[in-house]
Design a protein around this ligand. Structure first.
Ligand code: BES
Ligand code: ZN
Length: 455
């Protein structure tokens, strides 16, 4: 049997296995899930060993890395596959039509947390490797695998891990399936990702919640003050009003502008996918320019005071918010964090105490849009989807991709099989079985196409 026939014959098995994988509540952000994360990593590594990949868990400062390799002395090149087995938190639970870690199939979609981001997508590559191993077909490339457990919480320990294991991870090209197609039946090669920077701010007023009748009007309310500060983050044109925020921002190139304008994007359809009343963003840019090539600042969550049933008349003791900024070339995450921290401190009135925590981040990345690796990726996508891929960028971030370039010196192929409206990070995350399947066949073809690059 050849590897493709193996894929043809094992459709249900690879789905059943993926379901098993999806059942681990591997939420990296939550310490109470530490054991689930470990169990998931163990399971994944065991599975890799079972299909013939030599795999082991490797410790990091946080959740473990699942490392694996299939080394073939006769092969000319080495491909490093990256993916993440951790997932985002699942709240709000009441909006899920099923239980997040009990996958179901509905109308051709797998519904579960991690279905597309990223368990389902990394699974396509694992199953492509298995197709070779199970049919006794020699794999024409050296394969290395790095599946991490902290991507959804910022890959805080991965840069050090990559630096410490530079020789082990050395590769000619990196393959990542953790992005999306451009739309239905619009497979894409992504040539850029935005970076990210995280900051938290907390304002503290009275040393406990106090009666808003007895004290309101005589002291500052931290929630009111935080809202003022948040309001100062943008101007009326939707631009970020932090001093120096745009200093290093690389202007859109002619190539990008042209490339974006060529894509089959319709604002109306886009708006329907996201479900907002209207579009909104920085003045002077199109939607695709705004999400792919312009930096942003967003409050991800804001907390403070009483939010329970009924009323409670208090001046809250504190208020806090979590802030992320999406970065573009050549903004530096640390520099941007510092600029924001300075802005917050400067705009914080003396009437409250201010604590700013900088969590750092990762820079934006741009990968080549031509050359033999890209050509190989295009051929593989054509083989799996029967469709020529588009060239797109993405507004999301995969922190380690920049590290792969700076530490390993290798470029990354970003080949996403999912869709941007597959509800990643939202309730009812899903992955169309059709996309999963086409991803598997593309992943299989990719191995052969990459081997040709040096042959
Ligand atoms: N799969 C996403 C990255 C992504 C999102 C690519 C959208 C293309 C489009 C990844 O799992 C992710 O969500 N990354 C985080 C990183 C952050 C926590 C540092 C993100 O972008 O929010
Ligand atoms: Zn994600």
């Amino acid at each position: 049997m050849n590897p493709k026939a193996y894929l043809d014959n094992n459709k249900q098995t690879r789905l059943d296995e993926l379901f098993e994988f999806l059942r681990f509540p591997s939420i990296s952000a939550r310490s109470e899930h530490k054991e689930d994360i470990n169990a998931c990593a163990e399971w994944l590594s065991t599975h890799l060993n079972k299909i013939g990949v030599k795999s082991r868990l490797m410790p990091t400062g946080g959740h473990p890395v699942v490392y694996g390799e299939i080394l073939n002395p006769a092969a000319g090149i080495t491909v490093l596959y990256y993916g993440h087995y951790d997932v985002q938190p699942v709240e709000p639970l009441n909006l899920w039509k099923s239980t997040p870690f009990n996958p179901i199939v509905e109308n051709g979609y797998i519904i579960a947390r991690g279905a597309t981001d990223d368990k389902g997508q990394l699974w396509t590559h694992v199953k492509a490797m298995e197709a070779y191993m199970a049919t006794g077909t020699a794999i024409p490339v050296n394969i290395k695998i790095l599946f991490e457990g902290e991507e959804e919480s910022g890959s805080e320990n991965l840069e050090k891990f990559v630096k410490d294991n530079k020789d082990l991870l050395k590769a000619d090209i990196i393959v990542v399936s953790d992005s999306a197609q451009f739309g239905q039946d619009r497979p894409a090669v992504t040539f850029g990702l935005r970076g990210i920077a995280f900051v938290e701010a907390k304002l503290i007023g009275p040393d406990r919640d106090v009666h808003s009748g007895s004290f309101g009007g005589s002291i500052a309310n931290p929630v009111n003050m935080l809202c003022r500060i948040i309001a100062s983050f943008h101007n009326k044109d939707g631009r970020v009003a932090i001093k120096g925020f745009y200093d290093k921002v690389r202007k859109l190139s002619k190539f990008e502008k042209k490339q974006f304008a060529r894509l089959p994007h319709k604002d109306k359809e886009y708006l329907k996918k996201v479900g907002s009343p209207t579009l909104y963003g920085e003045k002077g840019f199109t939607t695709l320019e705004r999400i792919w090539s312009r930096p942003t600042l967003d409050i991800n969550g804001i907390t403070g005071g009483y939010q329970g049933e009924g009323g409670k008349t208090i001046i809250p003791s504190w208020a806090s918010c979590k802030i992320t900024m999406r970065l573009v070339p050549d903004q530096d995450p640390q520099d941007i964090c510092k600029k924001l921290a300075k802005h917050i401190r400067k705009n914080c009135p003396k009437s409250v105490k201010c604590e700013v925590t900088i969590h750092g981040g990762a820079p934006a990345v741009v990968v080549p849009t031509d050359g033999p690796w890209l050509k190989a990726a295009g051929e593989a996508i054509k083989a799996g989807f029967g469709i020529e891929p588009l060239f797109t960028k993405e507004g999301g971030s995969i922190p380690v991709v920049g590290t792969f370039k700076s530490v390993l010196g290798a470029d990354t192929l970003l080949l996403g099989w999912g869709q941007n409206d597959d509800n990643a990070h939202s309730p009812n995350e899903r992955f169309a079985i059709k996309d999963f399947e086409r991803g598997c066949y593309s992943a299989l073809a990719l191995i052969e196409e990459l081997a040709k690059v040096r042959a």
